[in-house]
Design a protein around this ligand. Structure first.
Ligand code: FNR
Ligand code: 8K6
Length: 347
């Protein structure tokens, strides 16, 4: 029984989702060379408009946020125009769509934006290279100065405003998976000794400034956040990180995000310093709308909602393999299995 997935869900007074299945944000590296969304991307998203909500692939807020080839942007008027095609196509099919706002921080590479360095909280390099471009080794980032941090916050806000101009129903701030915002939230990447480092309050400051200032401009009902309390991607966990996320969640509890989204590839992962799964840790510390994700199917996701582990279910890879995922669930048709080769093409 998966009936609970097909019940409408109100994110708030202004946004009603027709079901509880959300298309997870999925980087596809298919924007054009000016990082403009294409007609093929509009078609791809429109095919998935029968989900309760689409969250777009991560979209960079400014050039130095880029860490992978052909990831779309939301900082030029051409990009805004390209996204308008996408939102129009999704809305024409009766769907809802949020834009995921991204800066990769130390996971960026100067190669992509012809720059000299990348910005991050501290000069902590990741010992790896860019996926699918292994000749590009990550560089030691430049620790962002206070004015540079303030500019970054402003650029997130501008990107959110641009998203509104492009017709999105809201934005999800990408605070997960080891990228810039997450780098402030974990001791592995944040060694600062100023008001953005060392203590849970300081380490949470950047994330909270971004969501607060975006919400001031576009409204809390349109502002969402994705976080990864458990480090697993481009990041090493530290037991002190728990205090940071307890503080952050207590602060978020006082606000009215549209939803909070888990940044996870696999929700069966356990984290010692969180005493179990990251999702259960967040649920314990945060009572508002929570979106779960990571290795679920309709059955296991429906059970997790039934058990009150989270409220909305995000589905990633199966949506790449099955544009008509929702229709197939409803008709009981067999789903196509995802494999990595499917990333080569937008279907
Ligand atoms: C991802 N994921 C991801 N997450 C995110 O916040 N922004 C992104 O742009 C991407 N891009 C991305 C690309 C690809 C190819 C994969 C496989 C994953 C993570 C994604 O949103 C989701 O959390 C995971 O895929 C786990 O869900 P599933 O696939 O097990 O349902
Ligand atoms: C998150 C954006 C990634 C953009 C590149 C697309 C390739 C994604 C491939 C997925 C890699 C999965 C790594 C997950 C680590 C899990 C460790 C348990």
């Amino acid at each position: 029984m998966t009936d609970n997935l097909f019940k409408p869900f109100a994110l708030n007074d202004s946004i009603q989702l027709k079901n509880r299945i959300v298309m997870a944000p999925l980087t596809r590296c298919m924007a054009d060379d000016n990082l403009v969304p294409t007609q093929a991307m509009a078609n791809y998203y429109a095919k998935r408009a029968d989900s309760g909500l689409i969250i777009t692939e991560a979209t960079i807020i400014r050039p130095d946020g880029q860490g992978y080839p052909n990831t779309p942007g939301i900082f030029s008027s051409e990009q805004i125009k390209g996204w308008r095609k996408v939102t129009q196509a999704v809305h024409d099919k009766g769907g809802k769509i949020f834009l995921q706002l991204w800066h990769t921080g130390r996971v960026a590479h100067p190669y992509f934006f012809d720059g000299e360095y990348v910005l991050a909280p501290s000069a902590e390099r990741i010992d790896d290279s860019v996926p699918r471009m292994r000749e590009l080794t990550y560089t030691t980032p430049k620790p962002a100065s206070i004015p540079e941090i303030q500019q970054l916050v402003q650029d997130y806000v501008q990107a959110a405003k641009n998203a509104m101009r492009a017709g999105f129903d809201g934005v999800e701030v990408h605070g997960a998976n080891g990228y810039l915002i997450d780098q402030f939230l974990h001791h592995d990447a944040n060694k600062r000794t100023d008001e953005y480092g060392q203590t849970p309050e300081n380490m949470s400051r950047f994330a909270l400034q971004i969501v607060d200032q975006i919400a001031q401009n576009i409204g809390w009902e349109k502002t969402a956040l994705r976080i990864s309390p458990g480090a697993y991607f481009n990041m090493t966990g530290d037991e002190r990180d728990r205090d940071v996320f307890e503080y952050l969640l207590a602060q978020l509890e006082k606000r009215n995000l549209a939803y909070l989204h888990m940044g996870l590839f696999d929700d069966s992962m356990k984290f010692d310093y969180l005493s179990g799964s990251a999702t259960d840790f967040v649920r314990k510390n945060y009572s508002k709308t929570l979106m779960g994700v990571g290795g679920y199917n309709a059955q296991t996701g429906s059970e997790a909602i039934e058990q009150n582990r989270f409220d909305l279910l995000a589905i990633g890879r199966p949506f790449i393999a099955n544009p008509d995922y929702i229709g197939k669930l409803q008709s009981g048709e067999t789903l196509t299995e995802y494999n990595d080769e499917m990333l080569a093409e937008l279907v």
